[in-house]
Design a protein around this ligand. Structure first.
Ligand SMILES: [Zn+2]
Ligand SMILES: [Zn+2]
Length: 324
């Protein structure tokens, strides 16, 4: 219910006085509205399609390329094992060959030419030659397969790079869509709340505090979004950007609060309302022309009807003329 008084005045805000309890309830209202607001924002974030890493991998052909690489790795590992085994066999054959050679040489030195020893020596030599050939072959296969590893590995790495890029593009689209949805909800709501607040203030409504709480909620929500997306867009320089904007907002706030608190007109009216000297705040006494606290004249004649009014009174108490 709007209360429309005929009296225009500079201190319209102060016309609507709220008790401490009312303010506390208004803060509670802001908090509960914010709980709902964040629920809405979270739901809006679920509407656009989130990028799916696995689907992107499929689309870029990762499984086939990965399988080819895995296959090449397995082939290479088998060849590596075979080469190691061939090397072990060759080493063993060499030891056997050296033993048979010594055995045969010692027998010869003793003047004993045993054909059985000669045959064992010859056989050991043949076995070493065969083992050497097998090892050479196995090693050649290993080297060839190692060279063939490169291509599937590079193909796999290239696909994974493409997957990463695709995912980042899809994520940027997703973030943009969520950003658009959230602002499409929060910005008009904030505009509406400001419009409502201004309308109620113009009508000097007793319910202005409700509009103030709603505006505070919509404002905090919009600021939160701006902060969140500002952080996302400026993530490389975010701490610096935060420092600069935060400092600027705090300085502006300090200046505004100071200006409001030290506004002489507002201060004078507030003191007058409490029956104090508008200049120094000392209690005024009935029937005096000067302040007993600061000694300055506290009565001024109305330019319309010459009735004395306390200095700083917005209106003449006799004829109602506005005393600027
Ligand atoms: Zn005074
Ligand atoms: Zn007057």
């Amino acid at each position: 219910v709007a209360q429309s008084g005929p009296m225009p005045g500079p201190a319209e805000l102060e016309e609507v006085e709220s008790s401490r309890v009312e303010r506390l309830l208004a803060v509670g209202l802001v908090v509960f509205l914010l709980v709902g607001g964040f629920w809405v924002l979270a739901r809006l974030g679920e509407i656009p399609q989130r990028p799916d890493w696995t689907a992107i991998e499929q689309a870029e052909g990762k499984p086939a390329v990965e399988e080819a690489w895995r296959q090449a790795m397995a082939d290479y590992e088998r060849a590596q094992t075979a080469a190691a085994e061939a090397w072990a066999a060759l080493t063993k054959a060499r030891a056997e060959y050296e033993y048979r050679r010594e055995e045969y040489r010692v027998a010869l030195e003793r003047g004993l030419d045993d054909p059985a020893l000669a045959a064992a020596y010859a056989e050991a030599r043949t076995l070493v030659e065969q083992a050497a050939v097998r090892h050479e072959l196995a090693e050649a296969v290993r080297v060839s397969l190692e060279a063939e590893l490169k291509e599937p590995q590079q193909a796999y790495e290239a696909v994974m790079r493409r997957v990463q890029e695709s995912y980042e593009r899809a994520d940027a689209h997703y973030q943009l869509a969520v950003f658009a949805l959230r602002f499409a909800y929060a910005l008009p709501l904030f505009g509406l709340s400001v419009w409502g607040w201004l309308a109620l203030r113009r009508r000097r409504s007793r319910h202005l505090i409700l509009a103030t709480a709603t505006m505070a909620f919509a404002g905090i929500q919009t600021l939160g979004l701006l902060g969140q997306y500002g952080w996302y867009l400026l993530r490389d320089v975010a701490p610096l950007a935060l420092s600069v904007t935060g400092s600027a907002v705090c300085v502006a706030g300090l200046v505004a609060v100071r200006r409001w608190a030290l506004n002489p007109r507002r201060l004078a009216v507030a003191r007058l309302r409490r029956g104090q000297c508008p200049l120094c705040g000392f209690p005024l006494r009935e029937g005096t022309t000067h302040c007993v606290g600061c000694g300055r004249p506290v009565m001024e004649a109305c330019p319309g009807c010459a009735t004395p009014n306390v200095t700083g009174s917005p209106f003449c108490g006799h004829c109602g003329r506005a005393l600027a």
